[in-house]
Design a protein around this ligand. Structure first.
Ligand code: GDP
Ligand code: MG
Length: 142
């Protein structure tokens, strides 16, 4: 799945009514949508997704934010998907993100930063399977 990555339009993106605008940026950059849904995460699901950050000081705030409203996970496909998507969204802290990136354009803070993007092929595979069944991915592919 090295040509795939997981995006999540985070609760602030949905709250600010930016779903359409952000998806336009994503597809405009050449990503194909494989599967997509709207879900309101509970603490268990958000905690599982961000398991790697559980010792970080911001973990509790992160879970509160990610469970504050619905979000939109999207399985994406493109050559070099992981790296190209990280470039498209910009640095975690929007103040440090490059001009024209999604986080620079729309994000308010290092926490409420609009969008998630997987950071490796291995994590992309796990993260996609956190939200989508193999059956869903097969049915929607092609
Ligand atoms: P990402 O891969 O760029 O999303 O960044 P990380 O994997 O390091 O962090 C995951 C998410 O936790 C980020 O996207 C932010 O929503 C949040 N986050 C990261 N760093 C901080 C921080 O220093 N403070 C707070 N409050 N949230 C953070
Ligand atoms: Mg990360």
């Amino acid at each position: 799945m090295s040509n795939r990555t997981l995006a999540i339009l985070k609760p602030d993106c949905v709250q600010k009514n930016l779903i359409g605008e952000v998806i336009t940026k994503i597809t405009g950059a050449g990503f194909k949508i494989i599967s997509m849904k709207m879900v309101h995460l509970n603490e268990k699901s958000a905690g599982g997704f961000y398991e790697v950050h559980k010792e970080r000081p911001f973990f509790n705030d992160l879970i509160k934010y990610m469970t504050s409203g619905p979000c939109v996970p999207i399985a994406l496909e493109k050559e070099n998907a992981v790296e190209d998507f990280r470039k498209l969204i910009g640095a975690t802290d929007p103040a440090k993100a490059e001009e024209g990136t999604i986080r620079k354009l729309y994000a308010d803070s290092i926490e409420a930063n609009i969008v998630h993007g997987s950071d490796s092929d291995e994590n992309a595979k796990m993260e996609i399977l956190h939200f989508f069944s193999r059956k869903e991915l097969l049915e929607n592919h092609g």
